[in-house]
Ligand binder design. Structure first.
Ligand code: SF4
Length: 102
Protein backbone atom coordinates (compact mmCIF):
# COMPACT_ATOMS: atom_id res chain seq x y z
CA UNK A 1 0.00 0.00 0.00
CA UNK A 2 1.22 3.48 -0.75
CA UNK A 3 -0.43 6.87 -0.92
CA UNK A 4 0.70 9.06 -3.81
CA UNK A 5 -2.74 10.48 -4.54
CA UNK A 6 -2.61 13.78 -2.62
CA UNK A 7 0.83 14.67 -4.01
CA UNK A 8 0.78 13.17 -7.48
CA UNK A 9 -2.77 12.21 -8.45
CA UNK A 10 -1.65 11.64 -12.03
CA UNK A 11 0.53 8.77 -10.83
CA UNK A 12 -1.85 7.29 -8.25
CA UNK A 13 -4.47 4.59 -8.37
CA UNK A 14 -6.63 6.40 -5.80
CA UNK A 15 -6.71 9.71 -3.95
CA UNK A 16 -5.81 8.02 -0.65
CA UNK A 17 -4.05 4.85 0.40
CA UNK A 18 -3.76 2.37 -2.43
CA UNK A 19 -5.28 -0.58 -0.62
CA UNK A 20 -4.81 -3.86 -2.43
CA UNK A 21 -1.79 -2.67 -4.38
CA UNK A 22 1.85 -3.48 -3.81
CA UNK A 23 5.34 -2.27 -4.43
CA UNK A 24 7.96 -4.41 -6.18
CA UNK A 25 11.13 -3.62 -4.21
CA UNK A 26 14.34 -4.46 -6.08
CA UNK A 27 17.45 -4.55 -3.91
CA UNK A 28 20.46 -4.83 -6.21
CA UNK A 29 23.13 -5.66 -3.65
CA UNK A 30 25.29 -3.00 -5.23
CA UNK A 31 26.54 0.47 -4.48
CA UNK A 32 29.00 2.86 -6.09
CA UNK A 33 29.75 4.59 -2.78
CA UNK A 34 31.73 3.53 0.23
CA UNK A 35 30.27 5.57 3.09
CA UNK A 36 32.15 5.34 6.35
CA UNK A 37 29.05 4.47 8.39
CA UNK A 38 27.24 2.39 5.80
CA UNK A 39 24.20 0.69 7.31
CA UNK A 40 24.02 -1.78 4.41
CA UNK A 41 27.61 -2.99 4.31
CA UNK A 42 26.41 -6.61 4.38
CA UNK A 43 25.47 -6.44 0.71
CA UNK A 44 29.12 -6.13 -0.25
CA UNK A 45 29.72 -9.58 1.19
CA UNK A 46 26.89 -11.08 -0.86
CA UNK A 47 27.13 -9.21 -4.14
CA UNK A 48 28.02 -12.29 -6.16
CA UNK A 49 26.03 -14.85 -4.19
CA UNK A 50 22.60 -13.42 -4.97
CA UNK A 51 20.31 -14.97 -7.53
CA UNK A 52 20.46 -13.11 -10.82
CA UNK A 53 17.27 -12.07 -12.60
CA UNK A 54 17.19 -11.07 -16.22
CA UNK A 55 15.40 -7.81 -16.98
CA UNK A 56 12.64 -9.83 -18.63
CA UNK A 57 12.28 -12.09 -15.59
CA UNK A 58 12.14 -9.10 -13.25
CA UNK A 59 9.52 -7.36 -15.41
CA UNK A 60 7.44 -10.54 -15.38
CA UNK A 61 7.09 -10.17 -11.57
CA UNK A 62 4.92 -7.09 -12.15
CA UNK A 63 1.24 -7.95 -12.09
CA UNK A 64 -1.97 -5.91 -12.22
CA UNK A 65 -1.70 -5.11 -8.49
CA UNK A 66 1.84 -3.73 -8.69
CA UNK A 67 1.62 0.07 -8.47
CA UNK A 68 5.32 0.78 -8.18
CA UNK A 69 8.78 -0.63 -8.84
CA UNK A 70 11.35 0.74 -6.41
CA UNK A 71 15.05 0.21 -7.06
CA UNK A 72 17.52 0.18 -4.20
CA UNK A 73 21.18 -0.82 -3.99
CA UNK A 74 22.32 0.54 -1.49
CA UNK A 75 22.66 2.55 -4.70
CA UNK A 76 21.07 1.12 -7.88
CA UNK A 77 23.35 3.09 -10.22
CA UNK A 78 25.75 0.18 -10.92
CA UNK A 79 22.76 -1.75 -12.33
CA UNK A 80 21.15 1.20 -14.12
CA UNK A 81 20.96 -0.46 -17.55
CA UNK A 82 19.25 -3.50 -16.06
CA UNK A 83 16.81 -1.25 -14.19
CA UNK A 84 15.98 0.79 -17.29
CA UNK A 85 15.47 -2.31 -19.43
CA UNK A 86 13.27 -4.02 -16.81
CA UNK A 87 11.28 -0.80 -16.32
CA UNK A 88 10.64 -0.35 -20.04
CA UNK A 89 9.46 -3.95 -20.33
CA UNK A 90 7.22 -3.58 -17.28
CA UNK A 91 5.72 -0.32 -18.55
CA UNK A 92 5.05 -1.92 -21.91
CA UNK A 93 3.18 -4.82 -20.35
CA UNK A 94 1.32 -2.40 -18.04
CA UNK A 95 0.03 -0.77 -21.24
CA UNK A 96 -1.00 2.60 -19.85
CA UNK A 97 -2.16 1.75 -16.34
CA UNK A 98 -0.50 3.35 -13.30
CA UNK A 99 2.98 1.92 -12.71
CA UNK A 100 5.47 4.18 -10.96
CA UNK A 101 9.22 3.68 -11.40
CA UNK A 102 11.25 4.91 -8.44
S1 SF4 B 1 24.58 1.55 0.72
FE1 SF4 B 1 24.14 3.68 1.22
S2 SF4 B 1 25.28 4.11 3.11
FE2 SF4 B 1 26.14 2.22 2.19
S3 SF4 B 1 27.87 2.89 0.94
FE3 SF4 B 1 26.04 2.80 -0.39
S4 SF4 B 1 25.20 4.90 -0.36
FE4 SF4 B 1 26.61 4.70 1.39
Amino acid sequence: MSGQGPSYPRYAVSNGPEYGYKNLAVFYNACSFNCLYCQNYHFKEHTFSSRAFSAKELASRVDEKTACICYFGGDPTPQIFHAIKASKLALKQASGRILRIC
